[in-house]
Design a protein around this ligand. Sequence first.
Ligand SMILES: Cc1ncc(C[n+]2csc(CCOP(=O)(O)OP(=O)(O)O)c2C)c(N)n1
Ligand SMILES: [Mg+2]
Length: 574
Amino acid sequence: MSEKLEITGGEAIARMFAAHDVGLMFGMGGFQLLPFYDAVRRLKLNHNLINDERCAVFAADAYTKVSGRPGVCDATLGPGATNLVTGLAEAFNAGTPLVALVGDSHRLHSWKNMTQEARQLEVLRPVVKDVLRVEMIERIPELVRRAFAVATSGRPGPVVLDVPEDIAHAVHAFDADEFYSSTNARRAPALRCRPAADDLAQAASMLAGAARPLMLCGGGVHISDAALAVEAFARRFNIPVAHTMSGKGAIACSDPLNAGLFGRYSRIANDLIAKADCLFVVGCKLGEVATRRYDLLNAGVPVIHLDIVAEEFDRTTTPALRLWGDARATLEELSERMAAQASQADRQAYADEVGQAMHAWRESVQAKLTSSDSPIGMARLMHEINATLPEDGILVADGGFAAHWGGLLFDTKRAGRGFVPDRGFASIGYGIPGAIGAAAAAPGRQVVSLTGDGGCNMSLGELETAVRMGLAFTLVVVNNAASGYIKALQHLMYGGGNYQSSDLVETNYANVARALGCNGIRVEDPADIKAALASAYACKDRPTILDVVVTRDPAHMLPGVDSRAAKIKPGDRA
Ligand SMILES: Cc1ncc(C[n+]2csc(CCOP(=O)(O)OP(=O)(O)O)c2C)c(N)n1
Ligand SMILES: [Mg+2]
């Protein structure tokens, strides 16, 4: 008989979180979860008040992407629960393992117009892997273990743990030895699986025989922690690597085999796809942006699709071969099988061509990268970030232009998740909470977050959270006084001057930042960006907001293409 612990349901949950070695937690309290909060205090767990529950999920999402530990956030019943929706949808689509603890009404009074009451589980259900409702206090250890098991297995994702008030506040005598976790649910992927042997053999022979194979890597590479395996595979067989926004860092952007972003925006990768004779898709759902609205992949070129979720096969593209497995485990095994192939196509000239094409692309955009235009061009801003961010630096990117420009132009200097965008749901408002999560997960590493002024406005209150937590990061506000992406699309579709509800008021975010206790620097001259970044990086006790005044001309906002030349049909997106 083990020792008995007479504790509240809330404390049992806190103890189970501790047993899962959770790191930072983000949330906002309410009456229902007070026993959990009190236990967090007594057990000295690291919990942080957030000002908007959506941002709690965003912060937990970035924390997880950077630390590798499943994220934890919490919300009270009703508005707290419904505020989680956007964040949970991001984590669900991006495959981020999270546990969201949600308070619910006292079951003695449910559906009697309890304050804040709503059919919250029906609202949350479609945006999570599973909803686990605790109906018996003695099942808390089992159900928390289940929550982490579901969150970390297969394609990881968020799980809601719904706890009625009476369960959180009740006391039960638990056996002390019930408070354990299974080690593999403390990290994702919990388990790794490999495709069938015949399929691996066929993949090895297809790739070994290909003269111009190309790897197309998505965020699944990072979920599987497979970047080093991608790098090793690419180098061993001279196969270049292109990536989505979420897949950036599948191989270092500075690697000679890196072909850059493919899809809606591309440096050289879309051209390489057009000339490839075998496409190896790794951990990528081949969605709208990756496939340039489903017209990018030439139907005549065989596709090998490797994914952990079998349902993703054939959703948008019919592959010649389906490899159902974990990216890292599969690449490691495939590498051995490839090496054993009798004949291997000579790909040296092809690999050299990729390096040369990337070099030529850099030359072709050099004028934009170094432009002294004022207001500042986005390419110049990205160039300065590339030049100053250290090898282990992290760039968080908000939805909209921050992700587009960051995805296209940011250069990671080593393999791994150095770029943290929110491409699961592409909401704006991720920049500040994303920076909080990333900075909290990576003390000592330089974290820069790129956000639009619109995205910044959406989550501005979380600067208070960052100051309270004593976090240091650099928030670059791309200040175009507009919902810029929308304005640029209106410009393309309806002509110059025909804008509606896409202008924002001119705001000095450096002043706003200082009023909130942050360091604030406004940059209007491109020659000042470098020094501003250096002083932001040197500030170690609070966030620095760099308010960068960028172009206000909607004809010049879109990356990669001259927007006036783009042919847009009604209903299309650039
Ligand atoms: C929550 C949410 N609402 C609307 C959108 C559509 N949207 C995409 S980009 C964008 C413009 C956002 O403006 P800002 O953050 O200033 O970025 P900019 O494009 O100006 O750089 C909008 C509204 C979105 N992605 N998410
Ligand atoms: Mg803007």
